[in-house]
Design a protein around this ligand. Sequence first.
Ligand code: ANZ
Length: 816
Amino acid sequence: MVQHKVAIPPYQPATIEPKWQARWEADRLYEAPDFGEPKWYYLTMFPYTSGDLHMGHWYAMAPTDVQARWRRMKGYNVMLPIGFDAFGLPAENAAIKRGVHPAEWTFKNIENMRRQLRTMGASFDWSREVITCQPEYYRWNQWFFLRMLERDLAYRALAQVNWCPSCQTVLANEQVTAAGLCERCDTPVYRRDLEQWFLRITAYAEELLNHEGIDWPEPVKTMQRNWIGRSEGVEVSFALAGRPEELRVFTTRPDTIFGVTFMVLAPEHPLVEVLTAPERRAEVEAYVAQARRLSEIERQSAEREKTGVPIGAFAINRLNGERVPIWIADYVLATYGTGAVMGVPAHDERDFAFAKKYGLPIPVVIAPPGWNGEPLTEAWTGPGTMVNSGQFTGLSSEEGWQRIADFITAQGWGGRKVTYRMRDWLISRQRYWGTPIPVVYCEREGIVPVPDDQLPVTLPERAEFRPTGQSPLTYTPEFLHTTCPRCGGPAKRETDTMDTFVDSSWYWYRYCSPRLASAPFDRQAVAFWTPVDQYTGGAEHATMHLLYARFFTKVLRDLGLVDHSEPFLRLFNQGQILSGGRRMSKSRGNVVTPDTYVRKNGADSMRVFLMAIGPWDQGGDWNDRGTIGQFRWLNRVWTLVLSTANAPAREDPVGERELRGLTHRTIKKVDEDLEHFRFNTMVAALHEYTNALIDRQEQLAGTAAWREAIETLVLLIAPSAPHLAEELWERLGKPYSVHRQPFPRWDPELAKEETVEIAVQVNGKVRDTIVVPANAEEAVVREQALASERVARHLGGKQPERVFYVPNRLINFVVR
Ligand code: ANZ
């Protein structure tokens, strides 16, 4: 019986969405003041200024916004800032290819991305926008660099870089093909030593291993630990036959030292030059040149055939006096440990392969369980009993490890040592579009830091972009030539710029006081807002960005600028949106652009679709029908609310009681799901609730419980479909804005699961009664009934032959 027909305007997201976006912005609805507890700082990884917002951005940002909106409704002072990661190579490549200035390219892209971000309806606080390529931002990169320089946390050193002799440029590892060729011109790339700037992240290696007190996904923590790669071992020196120098090696297995049959140096090891015998020189030099062509990744590959050449020199193992040949091999890296290895072929897989190939002896010194003296067919890397090991023979390898370490220490040959795989952070880039490194080179004074009051060192507008291997800044004389801040004489500026990961290593502090000109950030505002309560973004940033960010935070702490050690208390990695089961990529032609869909069905249905697709950390497959499905659901909500809002008043005590239970259970479910990022099940609950209301509208529209139900529905969808909710809220005659309303609270009494009392019979006779959830499944009821002692007594230990279950009434067990 529909009492009341009203003409309902159609749901038109294309009209209502821009209208509310403009209103919220004019009213500064989402600007967060630097006071007012409880506060909550949401950070979503700021986008690179590629020019287009893709589905991945939406998937990362929209659910974060949903939770931010929910938390505001829960009474929190929420900050959700946004900005742009605006320096980097693509801008420069655009300059080379198309002749546009990197700045022009970047700001045009920012403009488009701002527009796109606004269409998302996210509650970003735009007053805090940060753009990293602006001098007022990057001057603080320079300032931090100078502070690190003062503390020996920044330094300049020779480093090996990938060098393409044809393009005359340094290449990133990613620009070198698997075959060791330049990806642009197919010329063999070789490695070359260049003076580069480093940040001493290894000084914090131990602290970075510890993730205590932060709630981060386990895989990210594991990746960081593996990246840092802590190894406990011993550094020990070998004597050299007929020479005064020593050869130091790092080993994690001092217990195997009696099994050393050769030594291996990295081809770049400084002793190679000194020790190589004249008759070996030609072959050794050829091998060194060839090794330089390979990347470290190739050199470490387990599958690659081990190669090497002897250099015609010998080392003496001080523990047993044995003389062993010294080789060079590219599987030993110059930059790890001491760049030299003691070869123990019986107990190390790589050494085993190497010894087999070159016919070197393979004596066993750790007996595997049950070993009876036969030669090994592969390396035994496990523990065992020490044999052929002088005074240590007979010990377990674990005990031998410690005893030999003690012995080496006592003899003064070396000692225990912790080594990390992580290297210092090379930040020099021979590029234009980045932060100039603020030092000058003076003929008299050497390296001179630019004084603070001369910051920022700004990028010159003019630069020539040609691939010469030098930074384009080298060719801008008005930038290059300067005077020494110390002696006033002529000096040259550093022309390399900083890795753009420096920009993203502290941007969340800048959001706290983005316009401050006198310091990187306002200490009080930072003390109020940080650490970030919730960070969201892709798991691909597990090592670089997230390690650098933690490193910077610890440095800022040691500078006395912040009072915490960890930047991000919680981290959530969203999954990936695929298209046809594969990553979206331009080359595959399967990229789905959000703009088209927003125009068609609105941002609200896109937001809801992305949440409904699956658990947020697992991502899912894009499909057109899915968005239409969500659009239809929002249409049903629209029609339901507007067609029943003004139904004539009436009462229905029984129906209303049941409806209120449903409403409050839904509030509870949605509230809890939102808190735990369970967006997909939240959307499912809202669908279910909508359907239940549609089923009951004829019966209950016009009752007080109905009014409560539709207002609740609008409030519950407000975080997810913010535009639709605002429009409905207004049309319900409620005061602006729905986003300033408290989130509905559920009454625990009403939200209780409905229960019924049912009879439990054995062979048709009632033996007990139990209380079970209404409409419970048979299995649930059966289990509960069988747990009753009285029922058990009457079953007499027998399995029921048959079970009859009448929902909400009785369950009957038949036994013989
Ligand atoms: C002798 C030995 C015997 C080793 C044995 C292992 C097993 P992690 O655990 O990764 O720290 N090594 C040392 N420096 C190296 C370098 N620059 N390039 C390549 N390999 C190097 O690995 C430490 C082990 O890797 C060291 O312990 C050394 O080999 C090798 F039965 O020393 B070991």
